[in-house]
Design a protein around this ligand. Structure first.
Ligand code: NDP
Length: 295
């Protein structure tokens, strides 16, 4: 099995590094220097174009910001479609949107290629340690073909259903994360202003029914410390909440909570800029409240 990996961002880079340890790998990245650096580090080959990257690959992985960038990579003389070999399978690890995935899958099917969506959860730490959860949507035989490669970075690989269902699952997961970050930030800011030390408030929360991954791990490690490391862009989490809001509309499910999280994350994006980390939405709450959640 020969693999191509396109998109070496915060999460794509460590995923690709793990693939290189198990399979012959060619990498491509829009900023070519990142591809050359990774290739030299892990013993992969760096390609100058998507076309060159996918030539001869049986499995092609994409990990880009949104489905729009994946679709844009398909066409043109240096595009992916110009280089794909017979029977190649495109595995999209982008947190994309279901409708785009179905459209891309339809185009690839008509040309004799395969497509599955396989977004991941577990963050950059999970990518480095190979413990990501991979949510796979698509034809079961195609999913089976991809499993050995997905196992390079994922410890839990779950078949969700048809093409697009992996992206739907991922969007809902991240929308719930966004709702929770905002709610935990609001609650803690109020407790701090009411005179409760943030650390004490979290200790009680985490022994009680309001606890969550946000309160147990993210806030203690990243907010109380004031560290706010940049691991996942706020703009990408807002994108995910928007995909989930669209899914709710498409399925005729009322979604005021997720709509509101999308809107508030949009406001945080405007306030903080595209480079902000997703947990920095709490900084906006802190600024509005006039209280910092530290301790
Ligand atoms: P980054 O912003 O760190 O990296 C984005 C990557 O896409 C870079 O390789 C960038 O290239 C490339 N890119 C951006 N625009 C284009 C374009 N127009 N054409 C071609 N390539 C482009 O994002 P992440 O790695 O964090 O995220 C990638 C995907 O994974 C997203 O869908 C995200 O939601 C998802 N994800 C991220 C997680 C995380 O913890 N970071 C966790 C789980 C999922 P360049 O180097 O040139 O900028």
């Amino acid at each position: 099995m020969t693999v191509a990996f396109l998109g070496l961002g915060a999460i794509g880079r460590p995923m690709a590094a793990r693939v290189a340890a198990r399979f012959p790998l060619t990498v491509w990245n829009r900023t070519g220097a990142r591809a050359s650096a990774l290739a030299a580090e892990v013993g992969a080959r760096a390609a100058a174009t998507p076309r060159e990257a996918v030539a001869g690959a049986t499995i092609v992985i994409t990990c880009l910001p949104t489905s729009a960038e994946v679709e844009a990579l398909l066409d043109g003389p240096d595009g992916l479609l110009a280089g794909l070999g017979r029977g190649a399978l495109l595995v999209d690890c982008t947190s994309g949107d279901p409708a785009s995935s179905r459209r891309i899958a339809g185009r690839l099917d008509a040309l004799g290629f395969g497509f599955i969506d396989a977004p991941v959860s577990g963050g950059t730490n999970g990518a480095e340690s190979g413990t990501l959860t991979v949510m796979v949507g698509g034809d079961p035989d195609r999913c089976d073909r991809a499993v050995p490669v997905l196992e390079a970075f994922g410890s839990r690989i779950v078949r969700m259903g048809p093409v697009g269902s992996g992206h739907a699952m991922k969007a809902v997961n991240n929308a719930l994360l966004a709702v929770n970050i905002l709610a935990v930030g609001e609650g803690l800011a109020a407790l701090v202003k009411a005179g409760v030390p943030a650390r004490t408030a979290l200790d009680v929360l985490n022994a009680s029914s309001g606890r969550s991954f946000v309160s147990e791990t993210l806030v203690p490690d990243r907010v109380l410390t004031g560290a706010f490391p940049k691991t996942f862009k706020l703009s990408l989490l807002q994108k995910d909440a928007g995909i989930a809001a669209g899914l709710l509309r498409d399925t005729a499910v009322p979604g005021p909570m997720i709509d509101l999280a999308f809107r508030l994350y949009g406001e945080a994006r405007t306030a903080l800029g595209d480079g902000a980390d997703y947990l920095e939405a709490i900084r906006v709450i802190e600024a509005q409240a006039g209280a910092e959640i530290r301790g």
